[in-house]
Structure formats: C-alpha cells, structure tokens
Write a protein of this length. Structure first.
Length: 395
C-alpha cells in the first residue's frame, strides 16, 4: 500500500468570542457550518460533492452540538447530502484530532478531499441532570454545568486524578518553580503579540467573521493590560499561596475553525497552491493531574517520526491553557527557541474554545509557513485527564 502526501490547501476560523459575548447567541452547529461554508466558497474550483468526509472536533457535545455536529455542519452549510461527517472527541485536543484523522484517511487512500475542524460554544453549554435511578424522586436534584471540567465523576477515580484544571496548573507551577510574576509576564506577552498581529493584518487571511454578529477580532485580547493590572488579580484555585489567576489562565470561549485537506489529485482539482504539508503526528498519555505537561513527550515523538528536531522548527503553536502549563512544557524542551512559540499570540489572549482550539493551531501554523515561504512548524496541546497531542507541518 502506498502512502499519499497530505496537503493543507486552506484554513479558516471565526474570531474567538468571549463567554457570554458576541458569539453567545450563535449555535455551535451554525458556527461549524460557517467555517465549512467559508472553506468551500474560498475554493470555487472544487466541486463540494468531491469532499469525501468532514471531521469535526467537539469537546462537550451535551447541547445543541449533540447530534454529530460535523454532519449538522455539512447540512447547514448547504453541501450536498452525499457528503458525510463524523464528530471526534479528545477533549481540548479534539480539533487537532479531527485534522489528524482526516489526514490519516487521505494518506491511506480512503479519501482524496476532506474538511477537518472543530467547534465549541462554551457560552451555550447546557446544564445536565442525571436520570434518577427510580421514577419520581422526592428530593432535590442536582444540575451539572457542562461548560468545563469534571462532572458526574466516577467515584472509583483516585482523588489525585480528579483535581480541577486550575489545580493541575498549580501542580505544574510547583514542579517547575514557576512563580506568579513569570506567569503574568507570559500572559502579558501573549496579549501584546496577539494585539500586534491583528494590528498588522496578520489574521486577515484566515479569520472569517460570522455574518450578523459585530465581532471582527478575537474578543478577549486586552491591548491595555499591564503587569500592575495582572498583579491585582487574586489566585483562582489556591486562595493561600496560589499563583494561577484569571489573568494567566485561558478564558472560556466560543468559536470554530476548519481546514481543507487533499491528496495530489485533490490538490489539482482545487487549482490552488497548498499552505503546507502534513508530516507526522503523535499522541501520548500522562498522569491526569499533570495534564499540562502532556505535550512534552508527544512533541518529541512527533518530531522523531518526522525525522526532525527542535532546531528545525521555524514556528511552534503551543496551546496556552494556562501560563504555568505552557511555561512548564517550555522548561522541558531546553533545545527549543522560545522566540518561535506563538509568534502571533496564544490562547491566553486569543481564547480556548475547547473543541476548536486544535484546528485553530494547525491552521495558524499552516498560514505562518505559507507566509514564510518555507519551514517546519508544529502544533501541540495539553489535554484534560492527561494526554498530549502534536502535529508537524512542512512547506
């Protein structure tokens, strides 16, 4: 069996909305449909019926995204009903997982043209009620929020595995002695890089605004934040001695992202020059409470599969779930030049709409490689419950 090269022809995303913000009125299936439709419209030479499959990541899937949001996006975007769709869930890595699964299908010859992406509306994530063990219970019943984190936890899980995501970030900060000042400085740099990138028009080629919503830029970027403002924020997870705050943690967000992937035959049909080629990927596991360090080994394995090392990288998009988490990973990659990491800002400023983030990162790397004309890039995320995911791209 021959392995086919896989190319990223295009990548788009919505502006990332804040929790309860501009995109909170938009259903997640509509957000997903929007980026799917945008990809198709931007490649007019490609017959939409040629799309063999649509893969979408979605972390929660408990609300309006519950009925295979990938297939809903196909139908709502007006693609032919012959185009199928599958939804995948690897929590925060779901969008990148969708890209990897689509690429694998193309590499093996199961598909020639595919769309891969991710979506999340954390604003619209519902409360859920467990079904009672018997009918008509007399007592009060508990609603669980599906926005983020553990809920309805299996009591057999060890307590040290089920700490909050924020406490997990504190554990990484403890492990690598990452103090509050360093975390705040990292967050401030993320906001400044993102604001500068938008001001320079670096996102103009990949961000497609949602029609009818007044949002043309990522909503959580704070151009005017300062070390003094960040220093005033109280610890969010450890009241006494904690270092992780709302200011050095990624916010809750809404958004969607999608990429068009093809083989050589599909590339000819698009009539376009690809942004980048997919080279390798890797996934690894780690102790759940240390989820923030999940990318450490995944990145090493992906680079090894690609026959590359840190010195070959020209850009690296590392998801910033928490400043402590990102800094912890960087501490374990001493060979990596930190100057190439998140050059246009990261999730601390841009936002982290769970299921969409991995697709956003892959698209960002592809666009940066295209802008540079050549190079090797990498996208990676930590994943709640202790996993890491990484993808190597080249141009």
């Amino acid at each position: 069996m021959s392995i086919h090269d896989v190319y990223i022809v295009d990548a788009v995303r919505t502006p990332i909305g804040k929790f309860g913000g501009a995109l909170s009125s938009v259903r997640p299936d509509d957000l997903a449909a929007h980026v799917v439709r945008a990809l198709v419209d931007r490649t007019p030479d490609l017959d939409p019926a040629r799309v063999d499959d649509v893969y979408f990541g979605d972390a929660n899937g408990a609300g309006e995204d519950n009925r295979d949001v990938a297939r809903m996006a196909v139908l709502l975007a007006g693609l032919p009903t012959s185009v199928p769709g599958v939804t995948v869930n690897r929590l925060c890595g779901s969008g990148l997982e969708a890209v990897i699964q689509a690429a694998r299908a193309i590499a093996l010859g199961d598909a020639s043209v595919a769309i891969a992406g991710g979506v999340e509306s954390m604003s619209r994530a519902p409360w859920v009620l467990q079904k009672p063990e018997r009918g008509f219970p007399a007592g009060h019943q508990q609603l669980h929020s599906t926005t983020l984190g553990w809920r309805m936890t299996n009591p057999r899980m060890p307590a040290e595995w089920t700490v909050s995501l924020g406490e997990g970030a504190e554990l990484v900060a403890d492990k690598h002695a990452i103090g509050r000042e360093r975390q705040d400085a990292f967050a401030l740099a993320s906001h400044r890089k993102a604001a500068e990138a938008w001001a320079k028009g670096l996102y103009d080629g990949e961000v497609v605004a949602y029609e009818g919503v007044e949002l043309v830029r990522d909503e959580c970027i704070r151009d005017t934040t300062s070390p003094e403002a960040l220093a005033k924020l109280k610890p969010s997870f450890r009241p006494d001695g904690g270092t992780v705050t709302a200011g050095n943690s990624s916010p809750l967000n809404d958004g969607a992202a999608a990429l068009l992937l093809v083989d050589e035959e599909g590339l000819r049909e698009t009539g376009r020059e690809p942004l980048a080629r997919i080279r390798a990927s890797a996934v690894t596991g780690i102790e759940p409470q240390l989820f923030g360090l999940g990318p450490v080994e995944a990145v090493r394995r992906a680079l090894d599969k690609a026959g590359r090392d840190f010195s070959d990288l020209t850009t690296f998009e590392l998801n910033e779930a928490f400043a402590a988490q990102a800094l912890g990973c960087l501490a374990e990659w001493p060979e990596l030049d930190p100057a190439i990491v998140n050059p246009r800002g990261g999730a601390l400023a841009i936002g982290h709409p769970l299921g969409a983030s991995g697709a956003r990162l892959a698209g960002a790397v592809a666009h940066q490689l295209a802008a540079a004309g050549s190079g090797t890039g990498l996208a990676a995320l930590c994943i709640g419950v202790g996993q890491g995911l990484a993808l190597v791209l080249e141009r």
